[in-house]
Design a protein around this ligand. Sequence first.
Ligand code: AMP
Length: 568
Amino acid sequence: MTFEELGVRSDLLSAIAEMGFESPMPVQQKVIPILLGEHRDVVALAQTGTGKTAAFGLPVIQRIDTASNSPQALILAPTRELCLQIAADLADMAKYTPGLEILPVYGGSSIESQIRALRKGVQIIVATPGRLIDLIDRGVVKLGDVHTVVLDEADEMLNMGFVDSITAILSHVPEQRKMLMFSATMPREVERIAKKFMTDPTEVVIGTRNEGAETVRHIYYMVNAKDKYLALKRIADDNPNIYAIVFCRTRRDTQEIADKLIADGYNADALHGDLSQQQRDITMKKFRDRVITLLVATDIAARGLDVDDLTHVINYGLPDDTAVYTHRSGRCGRAGKTGISLSIIHSREKGKLRDIERTIGKKFERKEVPTPKHIIEKQLYNLADRIEKVKVNDEEIDKYLPGVSKKLSWLTGEDLLKRILSLEFNRLLDYYKDAPTIDFIDEKPRRECGGKSSEKQNRKPVSPKDKDRRTAQPGMERIYINAGKNDGFYAGNLIELLNHAIRGKRVDVGRIDLMPAYSLFDVRSADAAKVVGALKGSEFMGKRLYAEVAAEDKDYARTSTRRTKGRR
Ligand code: AMP
């Protein structure tokens, strides 16, 4: 069955195709035709992660008369976060529907700006009950034209004591309305609400989708082995809110990928058995607290980590053992969420992929590595989303606003927006300029452009195994520093140290090799003397540092004074 067959309009079809919705999920198959068609109320037992937002969102949008700007649909949700999430999802679905205004209204944020937005006219209100009552009492919301009401997470709203508010709100909505109630459970109170406010509702029950692999999509990208890291970065860039574990096969790969990600400015860190228990605990805490959003880990080290809300599991190469893959992918799609297990593979891993498909009884979808255009679009929308959601402290910012407003008064609204977006856009455009296509095609890699992009220039060299550790890349100089992994010294520390030691100028760091007792890294030849001078005499965790331009014939493992401790 397709969305088109369910009666979804073409503008919405275009938007959801971009959102990656290929075929309707069960709740959508059941709910969309009812909401679009006959006049029926619906009670749906469905959890988050089943696709319920689109199940009510698409028909709600489709039934709005954009010629009128009075509220026609009302969606009630228990929390501010859910309100924002629903409003953002609906805005995505309405990307190609002109003249449609969706407004989230919720407590804990300036009521004045919500009133201003309401006065301009909105057709869909997504609200928490308390704030909506407040707005109704002030006479700024009129619900006389509302023909559809959705109660999302009804059981949660009732648990939170919103029953009186809901009753009061519904008394302002015409009786001839369609009403839809979503609930994960069906306690008595929900049944009571259904009886009281709905007429002969159709009941829809969607099986829980949070049982292991059922909720997980398996996707793979095929690239040349040397482009795996580039593909990983593009995937991270294409998912601005990524929160993922990147699984690698060896401790060494794990550290290397994490170091590269850190050097490239991602919130990443490594988790593997070469780290002390204390270091692992700190990293896991940072990941749980989302200070780190990409955790590069070995399978064994990741076992101690219990997180429910990963957006992706990323397989940086496939494991030999299919059971390991099942374990990894089972880490996402928990707690009722849809999970995505991504694998970045090279052509020789195809056989392994088929083995895994047979074991899990599911097909992998092949996707193209996100293109620069797509990444830039995603990032700009994400920025727009952040602009929408940022909490504005009116009282404080009003003190500074007149001055700043005066300075920018010569700019039109559109100019201003262009400039704000350009703060992000210029960097992306520059980075992805002439970026090559890296998907592996027909045994021959496709290279479209000459490749002057910084993406290519920034690419870190291949594994140190293949290169002499002591030889710098062309145009670069290798620097030795007397701090290594045994000192708890990792790429992030090095970058921090350099930023601190050389203020005012960004130093580009190339390949970094972290050894137990010392480290070697590349900087541009022009920066080498300055870097050495700045690092000499600085300290790391109480240890006095020494740096020099590395000599190719010197055995630094011997000369490093500190003895290496045994591996854990
Ligand atoms: P929800 O239950 O509304 O929170 O949706 C769960 C997730 O599934 C969201 O990330 C949606 O973007 C996604 N989703 C919803 N419908 C579809 C679909 N038909 N195909 C693929 N993904 C979907």
